[in-house]
Design a protein around this ligand. Structure first.
Ligand SMILES: Nc1ncnc2c1ncn2[C@@H]1O[C@H](COP(=O)(O)OP(=O)(O)OP(=O)(O)O)[C@@H](O)[C@H]1O
Length: 247
């Protein structure tokens, strides 16, 4: 039985001479929510793509749902929301969701219900028949999330899912993520929003391609002797800078 939905071991990646991931390891247990937090350029998206097998790594291994990546079959069991929206602007939102649902082999008999549920989670029911070209940036984010949810995946990988989404809807989305977790699904989410980080079961703080710290939010706050994840992050960053200076 697979105990870790995602198992990353010692992954390293350079772009040219620029090392972007430096021996990163990460385990996401089944049925848990892990947050990847780090500043812009830290390597979060590269790590996500390495996990999905979309970015070739120089060293290390990534295993998802017990299978070495890349693997097309496993991709069908993952709901992936990329950082930039990949939507068909000339189609309506409903047509977009349907297109991706069919691609992910959602049975025909379940399509209507699956589309309605995914749209309801992100509050897009009333705009489903509008063309995406008329959508705002936040609506496009929400549509991308609906697409990631539509095939009822075992694993959700969400790259900055709540950028441009207002606080009320953000809460609604987190309620849905908890609901999915209670059904045994696993979730990996990247975020800049520190109070979202507090919602995760586990966190990995990543900076300059290095996993600075990992653990539950409470454990990290205790280890760094501070009251919030934001302070953990700031302190871990300062310690990293000091260790660079001392080299
Ligand atoms: N295809 C690429 N070719 C060259 N360099 C790249 C490529 N993709 C990413 N990088 C570089 O790798 C580093 C990490 O980028 P990455 O997108 O993984 O960071 P991130 O933590 O996701 O940042 P953000 O939060 O801004 O999305 C950056 O320095 C970026 O410029």
């Amino acid at each position: 039985m697979v105990t870790n939905t995602i198992d990353v071991r010692d992954v390293a990646k350079k772009f040219g001479s620029n090392p972007v991931l430096k021996k990163i390891s990460l385990q996401l247990p089944v049925g848990q929510i892990m947050g990847l937090i780090g500043p812009s350029g830290a390597g979060k998206t590269t790590l996500v793509k390495a996990i999905l097998g979309m970015e070739k790594v120089d060293a290390g291994t990534t295993t998802v749902l017990g299978t070495a990546m890349p693997n097309r079959k496993v991709m069908q069991r993952i709901g992936y929301m990329a950082q930039s929206d990949a939507l068909y602007e000339d189609l309506t939102a409903r047509e977009n969701i349907r297109f991706f649902a069919e691609l992910m082999s959602v049975p025909k008999s379940e399509l209507t219900e699956a589309i309605a549920h995914a749209a309801q989670v992100v509050n897009l029911n009333d705009a489903l028949d509008r063309r995406v070209s008329a959508y705002s940036g936040g609506m496009k984010r929400r549509l991308s999330l609906a697409i990631a949810l539509v095939q009822d995946p075992e694993l959700l990988i969400l790259d900055e899912p709540t950028v441009g989404i207002d606080p009320e809807l953000r809460q609604q989305i987190w309620a849905e993520l908890y609901q999915l977790k209670s059904q045994g699904k696993s979730i990996l989410v990247t975020t800049h929003v520190m109070d979202e980080a507090e919602h995760c079961d586990y966190l990995m703080l990543i900076r300059e391609g290095i996993a600075l710290a990992q653990g539950t939010p409470a454990q990290l706050e205790k280890d760094y002797d501070v009251a919030t994840i934001e302070q953990v992050f700031l302190k871990a960053g300062r310690l990293q800078d000091e260790s660079h200076r001392n080299l």
